[in-house]
Every structure is written in structure tokens, then in C-alpha cells.
Design a binder for this molecule. Structure first.
Ligand code: ADP
Ligand code: MG
Length: 338
């Protein structure tokens, strides 16, 4: 069996000229009582894309994840998953989804293999088919040698691998992951991403992953940047970075007001962030002219500048550029499962 045998929508003809849209979200809004968590969200994800949903805490990522996982009701707008409308064709939509939650969902007192077997039974997979599928996945995720081990004896990174294997056991077309790097170290994080790349490249799986980590967003084919429930941008990391031409100058100081005035008087408009001022280079400006500007600033205010850095544009700068405020990642991740 292959992933393609599960594709149940549209005729082959319709895919010849255009790529398939696997996730279609239109004018989606959602409120918890008075609090608006999603505000008119629209985007489409093509087959075989890794789409990142990036935003600071509280921006609506998990709410969007829950609606796409069909765990929250649709109250406004429309959602289609592999062509199936939610909620009208909810059961079909669910059948094409694989879901990996932020909080662990494995039974730690069972072995790796037993966890996968139980998941298979939930999807009505049994016997030889199920055994074969489990073996393939154990091999794909380099877990074969650990299949008889209790999940509780596995490292966090290995457990996350089992979670992903469990999520795709029934051969979904779309894999949704909520903050898959939570609680695992950087090396395990890189590993998980390598597996996601394999799932995209070899099985054309469409993958949606929420994250508040810029380095993860950088690995996605396209990034949906969210802020306060709204879509701020939806594009590839390269395209997003090209919104800001060139370099970013960051000036740290304990006397920001004074420095801000100085920068304004030198003909630039800084953006104030936590303890620093950010100056974007101008379109078409060459590097030496920004360096010259930095040198002038240092000359004029030698004592009020504690650090001065010039760096390539990051997605964090793009967020600041688009929203006018900093991407706050210092906040404690909420522990309520939101
Ligand atoms: P994120 O995952 O980006 O941190 P969420 O989707 O969890 O964002 O939250 C979006 C907004 O909705 C936040 O203001 C959050 O406080 C609020 N919210 C989330 N879940 C609930 C809930 N169950 N009840 C009330 N408000 C909620
Ligand atoms: Mg969240």
C-alpha cells in the first residue's frame, strides 16, 4: 500500500495542470466568548508542502490547529481538507488527517510496537497489513531495535518520533503537528525535521506545523505568520525576508530616547524594541552606506551605545517590520494545553 492509494478526491485529470490544494481555509474566525482568537484567516496549502504556522504565544496557532484537526467547531468561514468540507464531510476529512499533539499522547506503559498496534486498531487496521505497516514505519523512523521497549524508557526525542509514526500509521494525506519541538533538545529537533522532510519528499505528505521558533519556520516551504488572530503574511521564508531589503542594524542602549532622536536627525526611522532600536537598510542601499551611518552614530553618541550589530534579515525582523512590534518569545509557554 502506498500513500497515493489513499487519495480519494478529484479525478487524476484535474491534477495535471494545477497542483492539488490539500488545505483550504477561507475567512475563518473563531471566538472564545468575547475573545477573538482567529480573525478572518484565509490561506491554501498545496500538496507536498511543509507549511509553518508561526506566531507568538496567544496569536491563535493552537486554535487554528484545533479547528483543522476538527476538534473545535467551525463557527464562521470554511475549511476543506483534501477536498472534504468540515464539518459537512467531517468523517471523511478526519480520515485524511494525521495529528500529533503538543502534549504527549503515547501510552508509556506499553511498548513502541503496542502503541502502534492500538492506534492501528482504532483505524480498523489488523493482521498482516497492520504488521507490515508498523514494520515499515519502525524502519523509516529508525525505531526497529526499540520496538519491544516500553515507551517510558525512551528519550524525549525518540518518543516524539513514535508520536509522528503513530500520526501517520493510517496513511493520512495531511499531517498536523502542534509545536512538535516542545520539550526536546536541539539535536532531536533536527532529527524530527529530517523525518518531516522525508515524509514530504517521498510520500508527498502535506504537513502543517505550528511553531513559535524562528529556526523551525526557516525550514518550512511556506510560513503563515500570525499575530493577534490575524494572518500577517503567507509566503516562503526567502520571499518574506525579501520584504526587507538588505541588512538590519540593531543599536542597544540604556538611553533609547536620546538615541532615537539622534537616529531621526540622521534621516532614519528606528523601530523601538525591548532595550534596542532597529534600523532597516533602505531599498537599494549598499552595505557601506549602512556601515557609514553606524559609524556616524557611534561618533555622535559614543557613550550611550552599549552594542551595535549589523546582521542579515531574519524572520524575526520581518515580523517586526510587518506588525511594528517585537515577536515576544520570552513569555512562558502556556501550560493549559491551549
Ligand atoms: P497560540 O497557540 O498561538 O498561543 P491560542 O490559539 O492558544 O494561541 O490562543 C489564541 C487566543 O485565544 C489567546 O488570547 C488565548 O488566551 C485565547 N484562548 C485560547 N484557548 C482558550 C480557551 N479555551 N478559552 C478562552 N480563551 C482561549
Ligand atoms: Mg499554542
Amino acid at each position: 500500500m502506498s500513500i497515493s492509494s489513499f487519495i480519494q478526491t478529484e479525478s487524476a485529470d484535474s491534477t495535471r495542470t494545477t497542483r492539488r490544494i490539500k488545505v483550504e481555509v477561507k475567512n475563518l474566525s473563531f471566538s472564545y466568548g468575547e475573545r477573538k482568537a482567529l480573525n478572518d484567516v484565509s490561506f491554501e496549502v498545496e500538496e507536498g508542502t511543509i507549511a509553518g504556522i508561526l506566531g507568538p504565544n496567544g496569536s491563535g496557532k493552537t486554535t487554528l490547529f484545533r479547528i483543522l484537526s476538527t476538534l473545535l467547531p467551525l463557527t464562521s468561514g470554511s475549511v476543506k481538507l483534501a477536498g472534504f468540507s468540515y464539518p459537512a464531510e467531517g468523517a471523511l476529512a478526519r480520515s485524511v488527517l494525521g495529528i500529533v499533539f503538543q502534549s504527549p499522547s503515547l501510552d508509556k506503559k506499553l511498548t513502541v510496537e503496542e502503541n502502534l498496534q492500538h492506534q492501528g486498531h482504532l483505524y480498523n487496521l489488523h493482521g498482516k497489513d497492520l504488521r507490515q505497516r508498523i514494520d515499515e514505519l519502525l524502519e523509516l523512523f529508525h525505531l526497529s531495535e526499540r520496538k519491544k521497549d516500553l515507551v517510558e524508557t525512551l528519550s524525549g526525542g525518540l518518543q516524539r518520533r513514535v508520536e509522528v509514526a503513530k500520526g501517520i500509521l493510517h496513511q493520512p494525506e495531511i499531517l498536523l503537528l502542534d509545536e512538535p519541538s516542545t520539550g526536546i533538545d536541539p539535536a532531536a529537533r533536527r532529527e524530527i525535521w529530517n523525518y518531516l522532510f522525508t515524509l514530504r519528499n517521498e510520500f508527498h505528505l502535506t504537513i502543517l506545523v505550528t511553531t513559535h521558533l524562528m529556526e523551525e519556520a526557516e525550514r518550512c516551504d511556506k510560513v503563515l505568520i500570525m499575530d493577534k488572530g490575524k494572518v500577517v503574511a503567507w509566503d516562503s521564508p526567502d520571499q518574506l525576508r525579501s520584504l526587507i531589503p538588505g541588512l538590519i542594524l540593531t543599536v542597544r542602549s540604556s538611553t533609547l530616547e536620546l538615541l532615537e532622536q539622534e537616529i531621526l536627525s540622521l534621516g532614519r526611522t528606528p523601530i523601538k524594541v525591548n532595550g534596542a532600536l532597529v534600523v532597516e537598510s533602505k531599498r537599494g542601499e549598499n552595505y557601506s552606506s549602512l556601515l557609514q551611518f553606524a559609524a556616524n552614530l557611534l561618533e555622535k553618541q559614543p557613550n550611550s551605545i552599549s552594542a551595535l550589530t549589523i546582521a542579515q534579515t531574519s524572520l524575526e525582523d520581518v515580523f517586526l517590520h510587518l506588525t511594528g512590534h517585537q515577536f515576544l518569545i520570552g513569555e512562558k509557554e502556556d501550560e493549559t494545553g491551549y
